[in-house]
Write a protein that binds this ligand. Sequence first.
Ligand code: ZN
Length: 299
Amino acid sequence: MIHELDAAHALDNHFEPCAPRPEDYLLHFSDGACLARVTHVGGSDADAGDSGEVFELPRAADYRRRPARVTYLFSLGELRFFLVLDERVGAPEGFSYESVSWLRRAEPQHLLFAAATAAQLDRWYRANRFCGRCGHRTQLAPKSREIVCPSCAQIVYPKICPGVICAVIDRTDDPADDRIVLTRYAGRTTALWALVAGFTEIGEPLEDTVRREVMEEVGLRVRNLRFYKSQPWGFTDTLLAGFWCEVDGDPAIRVDRSELKEARWFRRDEVPLERTGDRTSLTGEMIERFRTMGRAAWE
Ligand SMILES: [Zn+2]
C-alpha cells in the first residue's frame, strides 16, 4: 500500500524547524493540485507504473525565486520535504500543477505518498489561517506541528478523519462459493469496483461505522467483524481501518440509490481483475487478497 515504503524511505514525521537545503523537496499546491513534472517512459520500464508514467517533485534549487514562506513537513529516509505557504510561486522549468489523484497512476510510490500527505497538510494550513474561535490571524507554532491563535490561545492540530473499508463476505458451505460485496458508482464508466466504505460519525466506534455503512449502502446486516489493517489516506484527510465481516442473515442486497451506486456479490473466480495492479490502496489489497487467497484472507 501507498504508505508501506521500503526502509530507505521510512517516514519520520517528527517536526523539526529547519530551512530547506538546495536538494530538499519544496512542494507547492494550487487549488489542491501539486507542482510536478510528469514523464512518459513507457509501460515496460520498471520504474514506471502501469500507465508508463513517472513523476518528479520540485526541489528547492529548482525555483528561480526563493519562496517567502516555507515550512518543514516530514522526511522519507534521507529525503526531506518542505511546503511553500505562499499563494503563488514561479513554477520551476518543466513543472506544472497536476491533481494528486491523477498522480496515482504514476510512480514512484514514495513520492506519491509524499504528495498525498503534503496535500493533506497544505489543506490544513490553508483552512486555518484565521482562528475559528475568535477570528484572529493564526500563527505557526515554532517547534511543533500546531497552528496557534495569539489572541485566544486556541491550538489546531492536523485534520485526520477516521473511516472504514468493509469487506463483506457471504460464507458458504463450500469455500469456493464464498462471495464478497463489491460496489461502484453507477453511470461513471471509469469507476472501479470497490468495497463498502465511509466516514466515522461523531460518537461512533469504528465497529458501528462498519455496521451502519454496510446497512446504508447495501442493506445487509453483518457479524464477526475482524480488523485487518489501517491506512493513512491523505487524498481525503483520512485514516482508514479495514475490516472483514460476514453477512448475518438474508444476503439479498438492497442498493442505496441516493449514492447512485450499484452493488453485487462476486465469487473469487468472478472478481474483476482491474485491481490486480493496484499497489496503492487498502481496498485494492483486500479485494486482491479475497480473490487470490479466499477464506485464508481473513481467517
Ligand atoms: Zn483565537
